[in-house]
Design a protein around this ligand. Structure first.
Ligand SMILES: *Cc1c(COP(=O)(O)O)cnc(C)c1O
Length: 534
């Protein structure tokens, strides 16, 4: 059957060519060094995965480690709730109002990280009682409402449109500027990526869409890539400034690129990327540019005015719609906007970009269906809580908060610089300060701080710790410095060094630094599973 053979060898050649081409283009985009590193990492991971699967001793050891770690997680997360009355199924007869309130009271007061004392990084950004009361009242008045029905709840439509408008003004939106509210920063990022993907698909026929963003960009971009079948190309950051490496971004641009992104500031180190530099690239190649100001939210727009008073020598770079290449910005009203959790705004330079995030099902037997964001029904009560917070606090209130928070962060940064062995990551000018150590195991320092009731964030690649200052941390800044000094001294005395930090990572790894990878995935899944244990 020569025809069959001919056909099969043509098919085989086509396949070989396809993979050769895609490997070559990968090589071109990532560069030889990066590709080699990717292949190395991939092989090492696969190798240890094989070891873990097929070498009984290693498999046993890894499983034991995992089991212990998961049990500890479960004790930490779930056990505390187990002394309480458990409702694994609906009560046959509903509880009385008094009983419900009593149980709510107990759960509200379960032992938790001490955010009230300002010892938690981020998480609770305002925490003032008067504002919480106003929000609860606003929420109560609109708890039946749903943005899906603007005719039934016209007040909610008014509030949502005003929230978008107020936030656009803060970010110097142009005449054509527009946006939508979302359920939070992640949804805003999802929308920015979706609209860029759909724009490139409809206007340029791109079917393998790629996003270019710094390694420090929020994981919401990885989530967007996962949900919408896009490829996220990470650009490295400069080793000194920790801003995205513009040369690397430029090299990653190719015909599949649909979006470039930068942060103002990023979550790990609180560094504002060079948005004007990114803008030059995005204008040159006609690619949309997203600025993630989810965290910057209501701090960065006031930064320039705040520094004029705190320290006029600090230059605040441009990051908003005044930078011409910027096509979309995300801003979390539920962070420094002090709104109740569950609200954020995605803004666009023009309505045609916003249109690409809309979903329409015009032939549905249920009627013409049109929805602006991910959710169908949306809780109008959150809009009321958000709107009430924004108009209650106003420009003066946010400017004051910005000044206090940024001054606290600046103070913490300057004090850390005086502690032997600690190094601040880059030169943060916003609300987040990250630090690492040249001599000590920074995770040991983090453990010591945890023992003193602090709840800071541990970072990786490189190992570091950060604090996102909030209104509550302002008063706690001095305590933090004292506790940090003591922790650093204790770790130095303990003889644990930076080398141990490396060893720890390697150790997890006798079954390899890589078995950590297999293990980390399992641990993360265990963590999520624990959320639903009763
Ligand atoms: C918090 C944050 C987000 C979004 O997070 P959500 O938890 O979904 O609100 C996005 N980017 C940065 C830089 C953030 O800090």
């Amino acid at each position: 059957m020569p025809e069959y053979r001919l056909a099969s060898s043509i098919a085989l050649s086509a396949l070989v060519l396809k993979y050769t081409f895609s490997s070559l283009s990968e090589l071109k985009i990532r560069g030889i060094a990066n590709s080699a590193r990717d292949i190395y990492r991939f092989s090492v991971r696969k190798f240890f995965k094989l070891l873990m699967t097929y070498v009984p001793n290693i498999k046993k050891q890894v499983n034991e480690e995992l089991e212990t770690a998961l049990q500890k997680l479960e004790v930490d997360m779930v056990d505390q709730g187990r002394e309480l009355i458990s409702h694994v199924e609906l009560p046959n007869v509903g509880l009385s109002e008094t009983e419900v309130k009593k149980e709510l009271e107990i759960m509200a007061n379960m032992h938790h990280s001490a955010w009230e004392e300002g010892k938690v990084s981020g998480a609770v950004y305002h925490g003032g009682e008067e504002l919480l009361r106003l929000q609860a009242e606003a929420y109560g008045m609109f708890s039946v409402s749903n943005q899906l029905h603007p005719d039934v709840f016209p007040g909610v439509r008014k509030m949502e449109s005003e929230i978008v408008s107020m936030v656009l003004k803060m970010f110097n939106g142009p005449e054509t500027g527009c946006g939508t509210t979302t359920s939070g920063g992640t949804e805003s990022l999802l929308m920015a990526c979706l609209s860029a993907k759909m724009k490139a698909y409809h206007e340029r026929g791109v079917v393998h869409p790629e996003i270019i963003a710094p390694v420090t960009i929020h994981a919401g971009f990885d989530k967007a890539a996962y949900y919408f079948d896009m490829t996220l190309r990470h650009a490295p950051v400069d080793p000194v400034t920790f801003q995205v490496d513009l040369g690397a971004v430029k090299r990653l641009v190719n015909s599949n690129t649909v979006l470039i992104a930068g942060s103002a500031p990023n979550f790990p180190h609180g560094i504002i990327d060079d948005i004007e530099g990114l803008s030059r690239i995005s204008l040159r190649y006609k690619i949309p540019l997203h600025v993630d100001a989810c965290l910057g939210s209501f701090v960065v727009p006031f930064l320039q005015r705040a520094y004029a008073e705190i320290d006029p020598s600090v230059v605040v770079p441009l990051f908003d719609f005044r930078v011409l290449g910027v096509t979309s910005i995300s801003c979390d009203t539920h962070k420094y906007g002090f709104a109740p959790k569950g609200s954020s705004v995605i803004m666009y330079r023009s309505p045609e970009l916003r249109r690409y995030q809309y979903f329409l099902a015009t032939d549905w037997s249920g009627g013409i269906y049109a929805s602006p964001t991910l959710a169908g029904s949306r809780p109008g009560a959150l809009m009321a809580g958000c709107w009430a917070s924004l108009v209650r606090i106003g420009v003066q209130g946010y400017l004051d908060s910005c000044k206090n928070i940024v001054s606290a962060a600046k103070h913490i940064k300057e004090q850390i610089e005086t502690i032997d062995g600690l190094v601040v990551v880059g030169n943060p000018i916003s609300s987040v300060v990250a630090f690492t150590s040249t001599t000590l195991n920074v995770y040991d320092i983090s453990d010591k701080l945890t023992a003193k009731g602090w709840h800071l964030s541990a970072l990786q690649n490189p190992a570091a710790i950060h604090i996102a200052c909030t209104r509550l941390t302002v008063a706690a800044a001095e305590n933090l410095i004292t506790d940090l000094r003591e922790s650093v001294e204790a770790v130095a005395e303990s003889g644990s060094s930076r080398a141990d930090q490396g060893d720890t990572a390697m150790l997890y790894g006798v079954a390899g630094s890589i078995s950590t990878n297999g293990l980390v995935d399992e641990l993360a899944v265990g963590f999520l599973d624990n959320l639903y244990k009763v």
